[in-house]
Design a protein around this ligand. Structure first.
Ligand code: PDD
Length: 278
């Protein structure tokens, strides 16, 4: 695989990062994941806008202008012949001897690589997922897409060990979001509900694209926090992300939704989103 590291395209075996990089030592870095389907990036403008926003919240400068980042993404897709998968971008504050306080004017470290992934034809897309609920273990700025992902890593590990496919996080009795996705429920009168953007969740790019599709198709979507009790009593549930697109959730803990199969509203949104990406 060809990756982008140190300001150039190199083989993944030649790529090297500095020992004192703050991304490595402090998790002082942000990232983005853009889906690639049929060789084309999905909603990439939204991802680059969010990258810029995450960086500005941390006072890290953009490593390159947006157009140059996009050109690098496109080159990687081309050089690696990527048809279906992801392009990953990461920007850290840069390198200097280890101190909590950082110096001004560091040169941000920018890396990018592609990953081959089966996004369209997998068990989640076709049959839906069983998820478990756990207390949200994360910090209070979940709106910034940082690489501090240990809460997610451990929660997903524990979910898998307990026989689940994924995790949704809970805070004060309401669902915040999935460990790496936005969470939605569908009520028995077919209203779609998802939490409004705030510091409690990552503002999903797939979420933004789906909300736009809903409003253009006259589908009503309510933005408000929903409780664990509402989720367990829902007609349907699903989650969205760059890598999971619209993925049905057919079981929450030991409660099956819609008889354990993806529901009609979810299927409709799934189809609508697939049309948008194709
Ligand atoms: N994660 N919430 C969290 C905590 C996430 O990590 C993600 C995405 C989302 C969905 O955002 P988007 O629709 O922009 O992908 C919501 C990516 C896929 C990841 O970490 O791999």
């Amino acid at each position: 695989r060809v990756v982008y590291c140190g300001g150039k395209f190199v083989s993944e075996h030649e790529a090297r990062l500095g020992l004192f990089d703050r991304g490595f030592l402090f998790g002082d870095a942000v990232y983005e994941v853009t889906a690639v389907i049929g060789g084309k990036m999905i909603d990439n403008d939204l991802h680059l806008a969010r990258l810029e926003r995450s960086l500005s919240e941390l006072a890290i400068p953009m490593p390159l202008p947006r157009e140059e980042i996009e050109a690098i993404q496109l080159s990687l897709i081309e050089k690696n012949g990527l048809q279906e998968g992801t392009v990953y971008l990461q920007v850290s504050r840069g390198e200097e001897d280890r101190e909590f306080l950082y110096s001004e004017g560091l040169k941000p470290t920018f890396i990018a690589f592609t990953q081959v992934k089966n996004l369209l034809n997998n068990k989640g897309q076709t049959q839906g997922l069983a998820i478990t609920l756990v207390e949200d273990p994360r910090w209070e700025r979940r709106d910034i897409k940082t690489v501090m992902l240990l809460g997610q890593v451990l929660a997903k590990r524990d979910a898998k060990a307990a026989g689940f496919d994924d995790v949704w996080f809970v805070e004060d009795g309401t669902i915040t979001e999935g460990a790496s996705s936005t969470a939605y429920i569908v009520t028995h009168d077919r209203r779609i509900i998802t939490r409004p953007n705030s510091r409690a969740i990552l503002p999903g790019c797939t979420r933004a694209a789906l909300l736009d599709l809903c409003s253009r198709h006259g589908v009503v979507l309510e933005e408000r926090p929903f409780t664990v009790a509402e989720a367990l009593a829902a007609a349907e549930a699903f989650q969205t992300s760059a890598t999971s697109l619209v993925t049905p959730v057919v079981r929450i803990g030991d409660v099956s939704l819609n008889g354990g199969v993806p529901g009609p509203v979810t299927r409709q949104l799934q189809a609508c989103y697939l049309e948008h990406v194709n």
